[in-house]
Design a protein around this ligand. Sequence first.
Ligand SMILES: [Fe+2]
Length: 304
Amino acid sequence: MAVHSIQLDALPASREQARVWCAQLEDGGILYFPQTPAPIPAEDLDFLLNQRQSGGAIHKNIAYKPDRDRLSGWDGKSMSTAEVDRLRDIMRRYSAGVNAFLEEFLAPYQRRWRLDYASYRPIEEEGRDLPLRRRNDLLHTDAFPTRPTRGARILRFFHNIHPTRTRDWVVGEPFRRVVNEFAPAKLALPRSRTGAGRAAMRVARVTGLASLVSQWRRTPYDEFMMQLHNAMKEDAGFQSTCAKVFVEFAPGSSWMVYTETVPHAVLSGQYALEQTFLVDPAAMVTPDSAPVAVLERLAGARLT
Ligand SMILES: [Fe+2]
């Protein structure tokens, strides 16, 4: 696992350099900006960091949905309507700012992505009391239980807005290696859907049931990625013995990584912003490295 540090004076980059950065991401690397390339205005930062002091309190992760301009997760008891509106404005600007930056920075992808949710993570990560499958401090690859990506890649762009503290991660080996540890020995390789399975999916789509029951939108690829997420967290041997490195992200820094393939865990840190992109695997500069391609080669079947 490699962390590739990028200084702001290296931007804008040449076409060749942009392709190198994309290839490094696709190879399981982290692109790290010691100084964020998508800065937040000082008054917005103050608002985000001072919620706890002004009587208001953000107890949970806040999610912002750019396609509907909707905010969720805020605490209705302690935040006024004006504060919620202000928070939505800040998240909207953050989301748009990161999207604009990546349109340039990841030019080889030609915007072949869906802008997914943004989040604000105000909670101290160390010592959170969460059920095992929801714990962030165990190495895992990301999979969304209710929102299958159907082969799209999960690219996440983070910003540590804590004024003084680092955000501390552990990162494991890239997907192509880690997947061999689990499949097929501990986890069955995915198989393409049977004719009956495909017919049931069609019925679910036509009747609208697929929009209500996320399981019916999951492809064999999504099923496997969800199982892999759970299997990693539940495997104490893997957690303690797998190859891993510790990474500290400085206050004011940003980083991006394909979190559905790079095993990661958050050990400590507070106040981070994050924007998710669902990237078309066909847009990769190294399409063979996309997890759907790796799994289809291993399984010898189409999985989406
Ligand atoms: Fe994660």
